[in-house]
Design a protein around this ligand. Structure first.
Ligand SMILES: Cc1cc2nc3c(=O)[nH]c(=O)nc-3n(C[C@H](O)[C@H](O)[C@H](O)COP(=O)(O)OP(=O)(O)OC[C@H]3O[C@@H](n4cnc5c(N)ncnc54)[C@H](O)[C@@H]3O)c2cc1C
Ligand SMILES: *[C@@H]1O[C@H](CO)[C@@H](O)[C@H](O)[C@H]1NC(C)=O
Ligand SMILES: *[C@@H]1O[C@H](CO)[C@@H](O)[C@H](O)[C@H]1NC(C)=O
Length: 626
């Protein structure tokens, strides 16, 4: 019964410290790795020796890397090494509703964007906060657990861009392969799989708010559906990577069950600084990495596989001489192959500054409920408010007038109903994650009563078909300098207009009978820098969105997949880096066009498919799939 004690201590300390300390520093220091509940599951740490050889070296144990490590080591004669910069998951990272906590711990690489022209204008330092997991399981440990695949046409688009083998029909079996669907109603669905490593379930907790959301959808003419099934557009309860009420990261799902395989080694706290490439033969030979302050070189007999994520993979490729020649030259890096690495950065941006207040208690989940001993006790049996995946209680997918160029049935805006809201962020955790300043919070929500703040929820619109494209570049040739990230949100004018439609749709939802039953109202204190506009006018919302636009952390695309004839592509449809032998990229960075979806499930699918591509290329058997 450790959990309630921890929670009470935290509650007390934070409550007392709120006014006196910098909340951000406080939380960061508090979360030095704490033990996890099921300690016995830990993956043992192994340290490779200088000059050692493996068949495959996988860089990064994130959403993709853990899947690859598992699938490649199924071939018993292959020696597989997985290198990860971070360490173990812990007790807190298991708790679904505490997802926002993790971004303010050392489990986060802590990237921020450069100053944006039209976004994140009123956030700390005027930059966008971009958390990324630095832990076994990668961003699947920091994420909000939502399991969403996207629209079939998203993948057919990839195939139409010249990527053979990536049409929906061809990739659906890979979604199903990894899946262990626990939701009874979906067990017989042809879209879902049973018996895979990754548990997919609903959070078990609901309040009358969930029911209101469903009814609101019906009032507005939307079906209550499985958005991973036949139709994406509709309202639903989020499907999540959750097992018995706890987070089911890729580390837990794919790595822990096979941690004693003799041909699989995992080296934690190992940061790769360079891929070793023979500039004459253009073969990737191995990697250079740092562990315990020592630099080592190790070698790959067959392949080096880069799964360091959208930022990490692009950065490592460029540091290793694979990137845009001009840019590398400026930093004094010798170009081995001139490739458009870092371009094509795409992301989903959301507006989460609004709070909707209800007149009834016990509909919303707030900090105090989350930290209560009852919640902690319920969590021990996999129940209660702590199991709400990242605090998300409902999803809606819609097509606005700005998505009319898309086929019917393809959404361009998603709304996530949060069981609580930014207004209820009494302890500053969500603020720290999003980069919202305490000053902003005080001005916008300070005058609300405590009761209202606690009985508020969110309906955050997400731009899931962005037209704007950004870019990632190196800041220097030194690995420790984080790359420059320019997401370019709202560069295309339609993006802002579409997201504003999302704000309007949220208002439609709260105006339904289902929500008016609880006297639901939008909190209407204007944002500090938008006071010149009439509250609720079109201009007001455009201003508001640009002030507190926040990323959903779905960055993709910096190592774009495409045929060799596509000058904007970095890897082939077999995920091999163009112009180099023995080097693949397998993670979110290869995505050519961001799907209208959260990105974790697509990345797991990519890694499943990549594992089969690799086996095929080395003449090894692959399982037959349904
Ligand atoms: C806060 C947050 C919330 C999110 N919410 C959701 C959600 O609810 N649903 C959803 O579907 N998606 C969500 N996402 C996005 C999703 O989690 C990511 O798209 C996905 O995890 C990316 O997988 P990846 O394998 O590309 O990279 P990652 O999972 O980030 O893995 C990269 C790994 O490589 C390691 N690494 C990087 N560089 C090096 C190096 N040089 N040496 C050694 N190791 C290195 C990293 O430490 C990390 O473990 C969220 C992401 C975040 C951060
Ligand atoms: C890279 O930067 C780090 C931190 O600033 C510094 O300690 C290190 O010496 C630098 N490395 C090189 C090769 O310049
Ligand atoms: C909440 O508001 C609704 C609609 O105005 C009203 O019917 C209901 O009685 C209110 N409930 C409470 C607890 O005040």
């Amino acid at each position: 019964m450790r959990l309630p004690i921890y929670l009470l201590i935290i509650l007390n300390i934070t409550g007392a410290s709120l006014e006196r300390f910098n909340v951000f520093d406080f939380w960061t220091n508090l979360f030095r790795p704490l033990p996890r509940v099921d300690k016995e599951g830990f993956v043992p740490d192994y340290t490779p020796k200088e000059g050692q050889e493996y068949d495959f070296i996988v860089i990064g144990a994130g959403s993709a890397g853990c899947v690859l490590a598992n699938r490649l080591s199924e071939i018993t004669q292959w020696k597989v090494l997985l290198l990860e910069a971070g360490g173990n998951e812990n007790f807190f990272s298991d708790i679904p509703i505490f997802a926002p906590f993790l971004s303010i711990t050392p489990m986060n690489w802590g990237y921020t964007s450069d100053v944006e022209a039209k976004a994140c204008r009123d956030l700390r330092g005027k930059v966008c906060y971009m958390p990324r997991g630095k832990v076994l399981g990668g961003s699947s440990v920091l994420n909000f657990l939502i399991y969403q695949r996207g629209h079939p046409e998203d993948y057919n688009d990839w195939a139409r861009m010249g990527n053979e083998g990536w049409s929906y029909k061809e990739i659906l079996p890979y979604f199903k392969k990894s899946e262990n669907i626990k939701i009874n109603d979906l067990k017989n669905s042809i879209y879902h799989g049973i018996g895979g490593y990754l548990d997919i379930d609903y959070g078990s907790y609901s309040t009358p708010l969930n029911e209101a959301f469903k009814k609101a959808g019906e009032e507005l003419g939307y079906e209550w559906n499985d958005p991973n099934g036949e139709k994406v557009i509709g309202f639903s309860k989020p499907q999540a990577t959750i097992r018995n009420g706890r987070r089911c990261s890729t580390s837990k799902a794919f790595l822990e069950p096979v941690r004693f395989r003799r041909n699989l080694k995992v080296s934690k706290y190992s940061t790769v600084t360079k891929i070793l490439i023979d500039s004459f033969t253009k073969v990737a030979k191995g990697v250079e990495f740092m562990k315990n302050g020592k630099r080592k070189r190790i070698f790959a007999r067959r392949e080096v596989i880069l799964s360091a994520g959208t930022f990490g993979s692009a950065q490592l490729l460029m540091l290793s001489g694979l990137g845009p020649e001009q840019h590398l030259k400026q930093l004094g890096i010798n170009t081995v192959v001139n490739l458009p690495v870092g371009y094509n950065l795409q992301d989903h941006v959301t507006f989460s500054g609004n709070a909707f207040i209800v007149n009834t208690t016990n509909l919303c989940v707030n900090d105090l409920i989350a930290a209560s001993p009852t919640s902690a006790a319920l969590y021990m049996i996999g129940q209660g408010p702590l199991t709400v995946p990242g605090g998300a209680a409902g999803l809606a997918f819609i097509q606005t007038k700005y998505g009319k160029d898309l086929a019917k049935g393809r959404p361009d805006i998603e709304l996530v109903m949060g069981a609580g809201s930014l207004a209820g962020d009494l302890f500053g955790i969500i603020r720290s994650m999003l980069g919202v300043t305490d000053q902003w919070y005080k001005e916008v929500y300070g005058r609300l009563t405590l009761r209202d703040r606690q009985n508020s929820f969110a309906l955050n619109p997400i731009l899931i078909r962005p037209r704007s494209v950004g870019r990632l570049t190196l800041r220097s040739a030194n690995f420790t300098d984080q790359p420059k990230i320019n997401p370019n949100y709202f560069d295309h004018p339609n993006d802002l207009l579409a997201l504003k439609e999302g704000v309007r749709f949220a208002q439609k939802i709260i105006n339904t009978k289902a929500f008016q039953r609880y006297g639901t109202r939008l909190h209407d204190t204007p944002f500090p820098n938008c006071k010149d506009y009439r509250f609720d006018s079109e201009e007001y919302w455009e201003c508001a969105i640009m002030q507190t636009s926040i990323t959903l952390d779905h960055q993709v695309g910096t190592c774009k997949m495409g045929p060799p004839t596509d000058p904007t592509s970095v890897v082939s449809s077999r995920l091999l880096v163009h112009g180099i032998k023995g080097l693949r990229v397998v993670d979110a960075s290869i995505i050519p066009r961001i799907p209208a979806s959260h990105t974790h499930a697509p990345v797991v699918m990519i890694a499943e498919k990549a594992s089969d591509l690799i086996k095929e290329d080395w003449n090894m058997p692959t399982e037959s799939l349904r």
